[in-house]
Design a protein around this ligand. Structure first.
Ligand code: FES
Ligand SMILES: [Fe+2]
Length: 385
């Protein structure tokens, strides 16, 4: 059965926009498909972890998991940022509690107190009797880490593709936004959605649904009809749109100069699951992580010019409101994925970015070669000439 599902997945994932239809519904709940995606996508590519400003001081750490694989990002006493396994080399206890914290010196396991330094090296174990524990063979696994525009990504692969290669070309489209202005991160409460991670991603990247699902929220500021494709392929994609009613004033930006770029937003998709919306006011993201065939975790956050002091402000209420709308529709769609008698229909032009996502999945799961890079005339708005 799973073999048939994988074959149907393969056939529907590697298609151009003209023939593209919805993926077979079973790929949104089949446990074997889920395992393949975790293994070949999430444990094998660059995954967003947190904002760099959260790990600024020696000892700062962030413990998280990627599809159940526990890891720690830590700023060492030597100033280096590292990604380490958060699984104790004795019997696998997660070492540090999930979340942000600051370590004064070593990592000590809460079970039998095996100790590791902030580079992951084994430092010692108490009461070992006459058993010799080889230090070099009991270090924490170390993973690749990359920092880009104030964002930290981690890659659990043994032979990761260089991060610079993954994002090659993206910066050209972002330079007018002057992202270095955005120094302060914020993070909203983590959400647990009852849907497959791909549904949340697809919903997060396409602008087709805004006019229907977000009538009172996103459609009033960034309408579906004014959204467009900018550039991309399977490795990254950019869409954009005009901002109808700006809630934040940006007229002060660049001492009163109000550039054309302020009327537009860019949506950056770095597959598998990092989605950022960039405007003159900030870079706001949604990170989606799988938590089972029909569950995912959604982490909304962003980088702004100023520290966030009030999470009850109208801006945050707006985000909460449209995320509630998204959650509602995604969980509803998940219910529909159990149908055996129905199947997905054609994708429309506005869903071109979903084709990029499918081609990405297909390249990782089935080793297919994605279509080439596409750039539309809209790119001119964002490119510094
Ligand atoms: S499991 Fe960590 S010290 Fe035993
Ligand atoms: Fe939405």
């Amino acid at each position: 059965m799973t073999r048939t599902i994988m074959e149907a997945y393969r056939q529907s994932a590697q298609v151009s926009l003209k023939q593209a239809c919805g993926l077979p519904f079973a790929v949104y709940h089949d446990p074997a498909v889920y395992e393949a995606e975790v293994e070949q996508v999430f444990l094998n590519d660059w995954i967003f972890a947190c904002a760099a400003d959260r790990l600024a001081i020696a000892g700062d750490y962030f413990a998280m998991d990627i599809a159940g694989e526990p890891l720690i990002l830590i700023k060492g006493q030597d100033g280096e940022l590292r990604a380490l396994s958060n699984s104790c080399r004795h019997r696998g206890t997660p070492l540090l509690e999930q979340g942000f914290g600051r370590l004064s010196k070593n990592i000590v396991c809460p079970y039998h107190a095996w100790t590791f330094d902030d580079k992951g090296s084994f430092r010692g174990a108490p009461l070992t009797g006459d058993v010799v524990i080889e230090k070099d063979e009991h270090c924490l696994a170390r993973f690749a880490v990359a920092s880009w525009n104030g964002l930290i990504f981690v890659n659990l692969s043994d032979s990761p593709l260089p991060f610079a290669e993954k994002i090659a070309g993206v910066d050209d489209y972002l330079s007018l936004f002057e992202l270095q202005r955005f120094q302060y991160s914020y993070q909203m409460p983590v959400e647990h959605w009852q849907c497959n991670w791909k549904l949340a991603v697809e919903n997060g990247i396409e602008s087709y649904h805004l006019f229907k699902v977000h009538k009172q929220t996103l459609e009033t500021t960034t309408p579906s009809k004014q959204a467009y494709y900018v550039a991309g392929n399977a490795e990254w994609a950019l869409t954009g749109g005009t901002i109808k009613d700006k809630r934040n004033s940006v007229t002060k930006w660049l001492s009163g100069y109000y550039p054309e770029i302020c009327h537009h937003y860019l949506l950056l998709f770095l597959p598998p699951s990092f989605i950022a919306v960039i405007t003159c006011d900030g870079l706001n993201w949604i990170q989606i992580l799988p938590q089972g065939p029909e569950q995912c975790r959604l982490v909304p956050g962003g980088l702004l010019e100023q520290k966030v002091s009030d999470y009850r402000s109208p801006e945050f209420q707006f985000v909460e409101a449209f995320l509630a709308e998204d959650r509602n529709i995604c969980e509803r769609v998940q219910g529909g994925m159990r149908s055996r008698k129905s199947q997905g229909g054609k994708l429309v032009s506005m869903e071109k970015i979903l084709v990029d996502f499918r081609q990405y999945l297909s390249s990782r799961l089935f080793q297919t070669v994605p279509d080439g890079f596409v750039e539309t005339e809209r790119a001119a708005v964002f490119l510094k000439l």
